[in-house]
Ligand binder design. Structure first.
Ligand code: ATP
Length: 237
């Protein structure tokens, strides 16, 4: 696998019994790209994200993260990526600082680097003033910032965000999209969404999934010029 690519994925698939939840997914991500997996509910986006992060074993296929085979060297590959799941396990009774120090420790950062890593993640995610607040007292938008801060705490090459704006109000959606745009200058980003405007607002490339398969892959400009058959996406926001 090429080390110039942040992600290289070939023939990825996952079955549940007889059901092919994801099948034959091929794609790559280069530095500087923000790639969306767009598709309706049940298209296979979360299943794909979970396989890319090593949380779910594929039934077939290969995943390379920064040239490292995720299946053969999972710890080394996972160290290069940060992940915001659709329902992140935040701890409402911890302060922002406590939670970020905890996640930094989970990521294996040495004790003497914790303070700097936490300060950097808070600054980048607009959380400096919220440092001492309990996570349970924050708005959904700020909780999502905390989720993104934990995903970048170890300065990964690749950041994977599963439905990052679901459940947010329009202002919070705009702010999180701006934050994703800012992060894109330093990280390759993959996000999943069922909202087309999310893609046009934040992404350079898009992969459209329907029924577990990719039906379109390319830049946003290519999508505009090539209507995609079989796509039923909710055009909201
Ligand atoms: P959503 O936007 O609703 O999260 P999605 O595009 O992320 O949808 P997935 O959650 O990946 O879709 O689901 C893809 C398919 O796999 C669906 O048909 C779903 O029912 C099935 N599926 C997902 N997880 C499981 C599981 N643990 N057991 C059985 N089937 C599953």
């Amino acid at each position: 696998m090429s080390s110039d690519l942040l992600v290289e994925c070939r023939g990825l698939g996952r079955d549940y019994g007889q059901h092919k939840a994801v099948d034959n997914v091929d794609f790559s991500l280069e530095r500087g790209q923000v790639l969306a997996f767009l598709g309706p509910n049940g298209a296979g986006k979360s299943t794909t994200m979970n396989m890319l992060t090593g949380c779910l074993a594929p039934s077939r296929g290969e995943v390379g993260i920064c040239g490292i085979d995720l299946l053969e060297q999972p710890a080394a590959a996972k160290a290069r990526l940060g992940y915001l799941p659709e329902h992140p396990p935040l701890y409402p009774e911890l302060t922002v600082d406590e939670y970020l120090r905890f996640t930094a420790r989970l990521r294996g950062l040495p004790r003497k680097q914790l303070g700097g890593a936490v300060a950097r993640a808070k600054q980048r995610c607009g959380l400096t003033r919220e440092a001492g607040q309990l996570i349970g007292r924050l708005s959904r938008g700020y909780q999502q910032r905390v989720g993104i801060a934990q995903a970048i705490i170890h300065e990964p090459d690749l950041v994977i965000l599963d439905e990052p704006t679901v459940g947010l109000d329009p202002n919070q959606v705009r702010e999180i999209r701006e934050l994703v745009g800012e992060l894109a200058s330093d990280h390759g980003i993959i996000l999943s969404t069922h909202i087309l405007p999310e893609v046009t607002a934040t992404c350079s490339h898009v992969q459209i999934m329907v029924g577990g398969r990719l039906v379109h892959a390319g830049s946003l400009a290519e999508l505009e010029h090539r209507p995609v058959t079989g796509l039923r996406v909710g055009f909201v926001h």
